[in-house]
Design a protein around this ligand. Sequence first.
Ligand SMILES: Cc1cc2nc3c(=O)[nH]c(=O)nc-3n(C[C@H](O)[C@H](O)[C@H](O)COP(=O)(O)OP(=O)(O)OC[C@H]3O[C@@H](n4cnc5c(N)ncnc54)[C@H](O)[C@@H]3O)c2cc1C
Length: 395
Amino acid sequence: MLDYVGLEADLGEEERLIRDTAREFVDERVRPDIGDHFQAGTFPTDLIEEMGEMGFYAPNLDGYGLPNVSETAYGILMQELEACDSGLRSMASVQGALVMYPIHAYGSGDQKERWLPALGEGEAVGCFGLTEPDHGSNPSAMETTARKDGDAYVLDGSKTWITNAPIADVAVVWARDESGGGEDSGSTGEAPVRGFLVETDRDGVTTNEIDDKLSLRASITGEISLQGVRVPEANVLPGVSGMKGPLSCLTQARYGIAWGAVGAARDCFEQAREYALDRDQFGGPIARFQLQQEKLAEMATQITTAQLLAYRLAELKERGDLTPQHVSMAKRNNVRTARDQSRVAREMLGGNGITTDYSPMRHMANMETVYTYEGTHDIHTLVLGEDLTGIAAYE
Ligand SMILES: Cc1cc2nc3c(=O)[nH]c(=O)nc-3n(C[C@H](O)[C@H](O)[C@H](O)COP(=O)(O)OP(=O)(O)OC[C@H]3O[C@@H](n4cnc5c(N)ncnc54)[C@H](O)[C@@H]3O)c2cc1C
């Protein structure tokens, strides 16, 4: 596996163990069928509990049976899962960073007891409902509302592009709390955004699968419709109010994406190198041509640069110095690298490269989603632009 500047030599025992466990799991349990799942537009749901047993959901959190591994170990796990398929990493990212993290960080004791062990073990599946049909890059304009009614809230609205919504037991739904109060209502006069734990079997909740995707096909995506859904007040995440809630979760998940994209790019590189050494044209392996060597050299350099950024992010996160802007830079750079290099790898595989027998074109298609979700490439450019100049250019 490409590790050109020897970063893995510095890994601790726990980090090596997670790397090896994840690689073995992926090779034995997922890789043989992932092309079929991609073609069928299905996720291997029979592996959800197994992934829980392996400790793949939020292993960087503590308590409630969670192992509290290092941020490097967590990143390496995301890298190994996405080296197989972005759908696999998305499963772990959504469950861990977008569902378990907000419950862990902002939930009540009862919410944590009820959900964290079940989600951690994969006995329950969660999803994260922020995006709406008319509000993607600007989620703060969301229209989903929560209205207080006695000791319950009534939710109305719709969410779309929600990973795992059709198979979820619980949705973390972000909505404007029209009953007033909360930290961010003062300055803008807008109702504050709050997080609600919505069991998907409640009256008024419907989920529809989005089944015409050409990207991230080995992942289940859906819409959530909320029509007069009553949830008890005890289902509100008590510890956060305002856009800080969903945005802080996205920072966690984007950290995992920055690592995961390196895995996808590395897998493309490995397939291209192996193919170039095996494939003979004009009397010998295509790897002897300077044109092909240039592609491998550039690919290895770009991937190594992305790896260095991911490792540095882990150090900053471990010591509490990681900013959302750091994460934006890494998500932006590493996903672009994977998107660009998967295309080069596909090209090196000639006609065979367009089949599901090889991973590069599947990664290439997946990267269109990864480039778009959790903040598009453009939006992360604007985040960095604002950080570098002090001038926001979103509107
Ligand atoms: C497969 C998949 C899974 C997803 N999973 C989830 C999930 O689990 N939960 C969830 O909440 N969401 C999820 N999303 C939604 C995702 O986060 C949004 O698609 C993303 O935020 C972009 O929003 P949009 O699609 O509405 O695009 P838009 O916001 O409409 O953007 C369209 C284009 O305009 C550009 N643009 C927008 N604003 C600006 C600006 N100010 N300046 C310059 N250019 C701009 C964008 O970069 C983009 O190129 C998922 C999406 C996909 C595709």
